[in-house]
Design a binder for this molecule. Structure first.
Ligand SMILES: Cc1cc2nc3c(=O)[nH]c(=O)nc-3n(C[C@H](O)[C@H](O)[C@H](O)COP(=O)(O)OP(=O)(O)OC[C@H]3O[C@@H](n4cnc5c(N)ncnc54)[C@H](O)[C@@H]3O)c2cc1C
Length: 574
C-alpha cells in the first residue's frame, strides 16, 4: 500500500490544469504581462538588489549589492522551456470515472454534440505557463485559421448611454454592443475543438503527465482519518513502507476498484452530482427508457429509438427541454441527421450571451467585478453574485442565427415560458403524449425527450462526500462548500476543491476553463507548502535555503493572489 502526495479526483480540464500546475515551477498564467514581468524580476533580483520600501523608506539591503544587475529579466519565457519542465517530485495520481485519459468526458460530449468550436475565449485554457499559451500555441503551430472571431463582441468602446439605447432597441439580446475594447481583440476568438484538444495534449506532454498518472476509477468514498483508525492490515502495510506514526492523518479513498491513500486530495469533479431529470408525472424513473435521455447521457444524436424510424422515413419529433446552448446544438445536429422537427421548450426567455457568464465578468471590467466578489462580506452575497452572473442557460449569438434559420423553416418550434407538465408513453406507437403549462400549446406525439437541463451541484448529496460531511462538517451555501480562501475544506482537512465546487471562492467563472486555471494556481501553492511541512520536502528541488525561507511568503501571497497584490508587491520590497 502506498500513500500518494496528491490524489486528484477528476481528469477533466480542471484535473489537467491542476496536475500541470503542480509540475510548473514558475506561476504566470494568471498574470498580466506587467505583473508577470514584475513578479519574475522580484523573484530573480529581489534578494540581491537593494529595493527601497516606499512606506518605511528602508533599504532591503544594508549595503549596495556586490554584483550588478544583469539584463536578463529572469522570466521563464526567456529562460526556456527546460526550467518549466522541472519535476518537483510530487507523487500524484489522478482518478477519473469517465476514462483512463485526460478529458474523456469532455471529448465524449463534444463529439456527441458535434461541437466544432469552444464557447470560451482564448485565455480560458489549462496551461499554467502563460496566460496567452493557447493563443501562442495557435500561432506556433500555424493554426490561426482555427480561431473563430466573435462578431459584435469586440469593437470601439461606446458610451453607457448609447449602449443602453442599443440594448433597448435590440430587445432580446441581453448584451447590446461591443463590451470588449479593441486592444483586447486578440483574446476574443474561440479556438476550434481540435486546436484546444491539441493544446491540452501538448500541456500533458510538456509536464510529463500522460496516461500513466491516470486511473479509470470512480471514487465512492473519501475519509480523512488517523492512521491508528485504519484497519490493521492497511496500517501494517503503510507502516512497513513509510514507518509512519499512528497519529498522522491520511485520506483513505475508496473507489469502485479498490482503496487508495493520499496526504492531499484535490476534487476536480466538475458538477460532481449525477445529471438528474426533473420529476414529471408519467415519466418512469426506475429504469432506462428508450423514449427519454438526459443530454449528458446521450450516446448518439439522434437517439437509437429515432434512428429506426428515420430509416423508415417516418415523421419524427424530438422535444428538447432547456434554454442553454446544448439544446440548440443538439437540435441542429438532430435535424441535420434526419429528425423531422424539434420542439424546444424552456421555462424562461431565450437568453443570448457570448459566454456562460455575463460579459462584464470576462471583459474589461472583470477585475472590478472579481474584486467586488472577493471583498463581499458574506458567502450569501457571493452566491447571489454568482447566480446573477450565470443566470441559467443561454445561447451564443452564433447559434442564435442557426436557431433563427430553423425557426424560419419551421424545423424548430420554440416554446419559451413553458414547462412540461405531464407525459404518457404509448407502448404501441412508442411515442409520448405531452401536456404543457400552456393550454394554447398542443404538441404532436413525441418520439424522444432530451432533458438539456444541466446538472445541479449540491455537495450534500454527492455520495462520495458523505463521510467527509459527517466527520468534518463545514458550512454549505447553495450546495457549494464554504471553503477556505485557499480552496481547502478547512484548516484541518487538506481536501481542496477546484472548478465548480470552488464557486464561492473563484467566482462565476469557476465552472468554466478559467476556473480550472485560477483554481489550480491557488491550490498548488498550498499543496506545495503542506507537502513541505508533511515531508520536509523542499518546495523547489533547485532552491537554496535562502530562497525558500519565510522571505518568499510575500511572493507566494502575490503569486497565489491570496491577498491584495499591490500590498504583496510593496511588502516584497517594491
Ligand atoms: C457540452 C459542453 C461544452 C462546454 N464548453 C465549454 C467551453 O467552450 N468553455 C468553457 O470554459 N467551458 C465549457 N463548458 C463547461 C465545462 O464543463 C467546463 O469548462 C469544464 O468541463 C470543466 O472542467 P472540470 O474538470 O471542472 O469538469 P468536467 O469536465 O466535468 O470533469 C470532471 C471529471 O471528474 C470526473 N468525476 C466526477 N466524479 C467523479 C468520481 N466520483 N470519481 C472519479 N471521477 C469523477 C468525471 O468523470 C469527469 O471526467 C462546457 C460544458 C459542456 C457540457
Amino acid at each position: 500500500m502506498h500513500v500518494h502526495d496528491v490524489l486528484i479526483v477528476g481528469a477533466g480540464p480542471c484535473g489537467l490544469a491542476m496536475a500541470a500546475r503542480l509540475r510548473e515551477q514558475t506561476p504566470s498564467a494568471t498574470f498580466t504581462d506587467d505583473e508577470h514581468q514584475r513578479y519574475h524580476w522580484i523573484r530573480k533580483h529581489g534578494k540581491k538588489m537593494n529595493i527601497k520600501n516606499w512606506r518605511t523608506q528602508e533599504n532591503s539591503l544594508p549595503t549596495p549589492p556586490s554584483t550588478p544587475d544583469t539584463s536578463d529579466c529572469g522570466c521563464d519565457q526567456h529562460e526556456g522551456a527546460a526550467a518549466r519542465r522541472t519535476d518537483n517530485g510530487i507523487d500524484m495520481l489522478v482518478l477519473d470515472a469517465d476514462g483512463a485519459d485526460w478529458m474523456a468526458k469532455w471529448h465524449r460530449l463534444f463529439k456527441t454534440f458535434g461541437i466544432v468550436h469552444l464557447r470560451s475565449p482564448m485565455f480560458f485554457h489549462v496551461d499554467p505557463s502563460d496566460r496567452d499559451a493557447l493563443l501562442g500555441y495557435a500561432y506556433e503551430t500555424e493554426r490561426e485559421d482555427e480561431l473563430y472571431a466573435l462578431p459584435g463582441c469586440v469593437g470601439k468602446g461606446i458610451s453607457k448611454h448609447r449602449k443602453k439605447k442599443k440594448r433597448n432597441a435590440m430587445g432580446r439580446m441581453s448584451q447590446g454592443g461591443p463590451e470588449i475594447d479593441e486592444r483586447d481583440r486578440k483574446d476574443y476568438y474561440t479556438p476550434s475543438t481540435k486546436l484546444f484538444a491539441a493544446h491540452c495534449e501538448q500541456v500533458s506532454q510538456r509536464y510529463s503527465i500522460g496516461k500513466e498518472v491516470i486511473r479509470h476509477e470512480k471514487v465512492m468514498d473519501i475519509e480523512y482519518q488517523k492512521l491508528a483508525n485504519l484497519q490493521d492490515a492497511q496500517l501494517d502495510a503503510l507502516q512497513t513502507e513509510d514507518d509512519l506514526v499512528e497519529e498522522r492523518k491520511v485520506f483513505k479513498v475508496t473507489t469502485d476498484k479498490g482503496v487508495r491513500f493520499a496526504n492531499i486530495v484535490v476534487l476536480a469533479v466538475g458538477p460532481g452530482n449525477a445529471p438528474s431529470i426533473p420529476s414529471i408525472p408519467g415519466l418512469e424513473h426506475s429504469s432506462a427508457h428508450a423514449g427519454y435521455t438526459h443530454a449528458m447521457h446521450l450516446k448518439q444524436i439522434p437517439p437509437p429509438n429515432m434512428v429506426s424510424k428515420i430509416k423508415m422515413k417516418a415523421q419524427t419529433n424530438m422535444l428538447i427541454i432547456g434554454g442553454g446552448l446544448s439544446s440548440v446544438q443538439i437540435a441542429d445536429l438532430a435535424l441535420q441527421r434526419g429528425v423531422s422537427r424539434v420542439y424546444l421548450m424552456m421555462r424562461g426567455p431565450l437568453k443570448i450571451k457570448y459566454f456562460d457568464m455575463d460579459l462584464e465578468w470576462v471583459g474589461k471590467f472583470r477585475n472590478f467585478n472579481q474584486a467586488a466578489f472577493w471583498s463581499a462580506d458574506t458567502d450569501e452575497e457571493r452566491l447571489e453574485m454568482y447566480l446573477e452572473a450565470r443566470n441559467g442557460g443561454s445561447v451564443t449569438p452564433r447559434y442564435r442565427k442557426v436557431l433563427d434559420g430553423h425557426l424560419n423553416t419551421g424545423k424548430i418550434v420554440l416554446h419559451n415560458f413553458t414547462t412540461l407538465e405531464s407525459v404518457k408513453w404509448n407502448e404501441i406507437s412508442e411515442r409520448w403524449a405531452c401536456t404543457t403549462s400552456s393550454s394554447d400549446i398542443c404538441l404532436p406525439p413525441i418520439d424522444h425527450i432530451v432533458f438539456a437541463t444541466g446538472v445541479q451541484t449540491d455537495i450534500r448529496t454527492m455520495p462520495f462526500m458523505q463521510s467527509i460531511l459527517r466527520d468534518h462538517p463545514i458550512e454549505i451555501m447553495g450546495g457549494f462548500p464554504c471553503l477556505t480562501d485557499d480552496l481547502m475544506w478547512s484548516d484541518e482537512v487538506p481536501l481542496f476543491a477546484s472548478g465548480r465546487l470552488g464557486a464561492l471562492r473563484l467566482g462565476p467563472g469557476a465552472p468554466n476553463l478559467v476556473g480550472a486555471r485560477i483554481g489550480a494556481e491557488r491550490i498548488s501553492w498550498n499543496v506545495q507548502d503542506l507537502l513541505d511541512k508533511m515531508n520536509g520536502r523542499r518546495r523547489t528541488s533547485g532552491q537554496s535555503e535562502d530562497e525558500s525561507d519565510g522571505g518568499d511568503e510575500e511572493l507566494a501571497e502575490y503569486a497565489a493572489a491570496r491577498s491584495n497584490r499591490y500590498n504583496s508587491l510593496v511588502n516584497a520590497g517594491g
